[in-house]
Write a protein that binds this ligand. Structure first.
Ligand SMILES: *[C@@H]1O[C@H](CO)[C@@H](O)[C@H](O)[C@H]1NC(C)=O
Ligand SMILES: *[C@@H]1O[C@H](CO)[C@@H](O)[C@H](O)[C@H]1NC(C)=O
Ligand SMILES: *[C@@H]1O[C@H](CO)[C@@H](O)[C@H](O)[C@H]1NC(C)=O
Length: 218
């Protein structure tokens, strides 16, 4: 009787140990993410908080490569129960996948999150003052880079007025998908100031105003 009880006890013990190995095999980490408006030049930080374990050891990786605290713009502050990753100031090179790796007494866990560093618009092609002959087709260029992809808007003045009106306002004027403005069979009344605005919601918009002159018209 005592022997059977002992056997049963041993079996239970084995099951309990096995369950512990399976359930506790990885340390769960509270999900975290960088602020969605992490822009170049600003500071961004995340906190890695495992939901179990003690005497935790932390490591941070960017695209699978370990980060070292105190180098360049990276600072890592690790405590017994959590770890902070601080990037200050953000550069465009900091975009990527960030992984917190935690280990404790042979158990380990990891959590990965993505950082997309936002970048204000910069010029690729700026428009310049242009002369056109009446009846010509005219292509005005305006192109910028940034993250997210900037949008281009064009506006123009009419006659003596200094009020800018958003384009395209007529059938002869087309805003192409690459930001260039196409004016077909240009007329004297198309003459005026044209303003290009490149914007992506980050930092300042890029603005350039040019003069379009139409020659040889009555
Ligand atoms: C980040 O992870 C995503 C999804 O796993 C992957 O598609 C992407 O290529 C990774 N980026 C880098 C820079 O490793
Ligand atoms: C935009 O597209 C038009 C038509 O495809 C092309 O002629 C023009 O050069 C492009 N603009 C830029 C800035 O590349
Ligand atoms: C440029 O466009 C942005 C976004 O549409 C707008 O907020 C801003 O006022 C515009 N700037 C000028 C000078 O037109």
């Amino acid at each position: 009787m005592a022997q059977r009880f002992q056997l049963l006890f041993m079996q239970c013990l084995v099951i309990v140990i096995m369950m512990e190995v399976i359930v506790g095999a990885s340390l769960n980490i509270q999900p975290f993410s960088f602020p969605s408006n992490s822009a170049i030049g600003k500071r961004a930080s995340v906190t890695c908080t495992p939901l179990e374990g003690e005497k935790l050891e932390f490591k941070w990786l960017r695209n699978g490569k370990e980060l070292t605290s105190g180098t360049q713009n990276v600072n890592i502050l690790s405590y017994p129960l959590l770890s902070n990753l601080i990037i200050d100031p953000l550069t465009s090179d900091d975009s990527g996948n960030y992984t917190c790796v935690v280990s404790s007494r042979g158990l380990s866990g990891s959590y990965t999150t993505k950082l997309d560093v936002l970048i204000p618009p910069s010029w690729i092609v700026a428009p310049s003052d242009t002369d056109a002959s009446s009846g010509d087709s005219l292509l005005l260029h305006c192109k910028g880079a940034g993250k997210p992809e900037p949008t281009v808007t064009w506006s123009r003045t009419h006659g003596e007025s200094f009020d800018f009106v958003l384009l395209p306002g007529s059938n002869q004027v087309t805003l192409l998908s690459n930001g260039s403005l196409l004016i077909e069979s240009i007329e004297k009344e198309d003459e005026g100031m044209y303003k290009c605005n490149i914007s992506n919601g980050i930092g300042n918009s890029l603005i350039k105003t040019i003069m379009v002159k139409v020659i040889g018209a009555l």
